[in-house]
Design a protein around this ligand. Structure first.
Ligand code: MG
Length: 369
């Protein structure tokens, strides 16, 4: 018997309410339903992976993601996880249309391999740091609610806030930025702001918005994805003129797209998310961005704390991220989660219940391994 061969596993979906509605330029949600899998090796070691459903990519429903997880798990039976590189390549080849599902299976396979070898995942990626400071996202709420959210975050110790902008009401977007900035000033706190446009601007509008935000005295360090993905010429135009560096998020769903963005000069920073790139491709994109002399951010979707673990380990292991937006565990109310089995006979257990929170602890903005 090969103890490193994939034996099987379980797939389930679970729903977790958000503490407050999550609102972006592209839609809003009050809860998330994620698909999860537990992959088991013949030797007994297990790995966990989680695919968070997206507001944006509606065809990737939790049920579709769960089906992809189930299909991949079946196809991988008997495969040796020590061959993690070709295994990861095959996972992405077999599942080209559901990045979050491919990423989840890749995470589960690597977790199982490392569990069998008793290697912490951060060590596998280089072991650069044992902690990382993250921002907290302020949704596209009305300005007063955004200010209240910011005050609560500042009291928890957050020093960087990411504000969702780019909605149909740009005047209110600006008021939101101003309200958050003023709330920090009232507390006598210096904060750094990241604006996330979620593709909601045109180039001239984005330029005006960044200039106005700075004129209000807001300390904006980064403007994430103001323009529609694929508009690389316009993004390059904006990047040359913007007083705030641009970050590419939706524009980079693969290493090939990262290459195009970097070649076009369309961003100064690339936002890497395990949910859209998986682990192996995240390493590729990080290498490309660094080779181009650009900065790196790490983000997340709406993973539970357990599902966020590979991102925390990747970030700490590599130690190359100037911006960390790993906050889904703060935004979700995991105590009120519930789930349903999709594949496998084991009784469902909500990830995190009676278990460590997934290989890291959080004290306010600090994630520690
Ligand atoms: Mg974003």
């Amino acid at each position: 018997m090969n103890p490193f061969a994939v034996a099987g596993g379980e797939v389930w979906t679970f729903t977790v309410p958000l503490k407050s509605p999550f609102v972006t330029a592209l839609g809003s949600k009050t809860q998330t339903t994620n698909a999860a899998l537990r992959l088991r090796l013949k030797g007994g070691a297990e790995g966990y992976g989680e695919a968070s459903s997206s507001i944006v990519i509606k065809r990737l429903s939790p049920e579709t993601l769960a089906r992809s997880l189930r299909g991949l798990l079946t196809r991988l039976r008997g495969r040796d996880v020590r061959e993690i590189e070709p295994l990861a390549a095959d996972i992405w080849r077999l599942c080209p249309d559901a990045n979050a599902a491919a990423a989840a299976v890749e995470c589960a396979a690597l977790e199982a391999l490392l569990a069998a070898r008793a290697i912490p995942m951060a060590e596998w990626f280089g072991g650069a740091q044992d902690s990382i400071e993250t921002d907290l996202t302020i949704s596209a709420w009305p300005p007063r609610q955004a200010a209240e959210g910011a005050l609560a975050a500042l009291k928890q110790g957050f020093r960087t806030l990411k504000i969702k902008v780019g909605t149909s009401d740009k005047a209110e977007d600006l008021k939101r930025v101003e309200a958050v900035s003023r709330a920090a000033a009232r507390l006598g706190r210096r904060i750094t702001l990241i604006l996330d446009g979620n593709q909601g601007f045109h180039a001239e509008g984005a330029l005006r918005f960044a200039e106005r935000a700075l004129r209000l005295g807001a300390a904006v360090a980064l403007f994430e994805q103001p323009l529609e993905r694929g508009k690389l010429k316009e993004a390059a135009w904006l990047s040359r003129r913007s007083p705030v560096p641009l970050a590419a998020d939706e524009s980079v769903r693969s290493p090939a797209e990262a290459l195009e963005v970097l070649w076009a000069g369309a961003a100064e920073v690339v936002n890497i998310k395990v949910a859209k790139l998986g682990l192996r491709r995240s390493l590729d994109v990080a290498a490309l961005a660094r080779a181009a002399g650009k900065g790196l951010m790490i983000g997340c979707m709406q993973e539970s704390a357990r599902g966020l673990s590979p991102s925390v380990h990747l970030a700490c292991g590599l130690g190359v991220f100037s911006y960390a937006d790993l906050d889904s565990d703060v935004l979700l109310d995991e105590g009120r989660g519930h789930g349903a089995a999709v594949l496998g006979g084991r009784p469902f257990s909500f990830p995190g219940e009676g278990q460590p929170r997934g290989g890291f602890t959080r004290e306010g903005p600090i994630l520690r391994l």
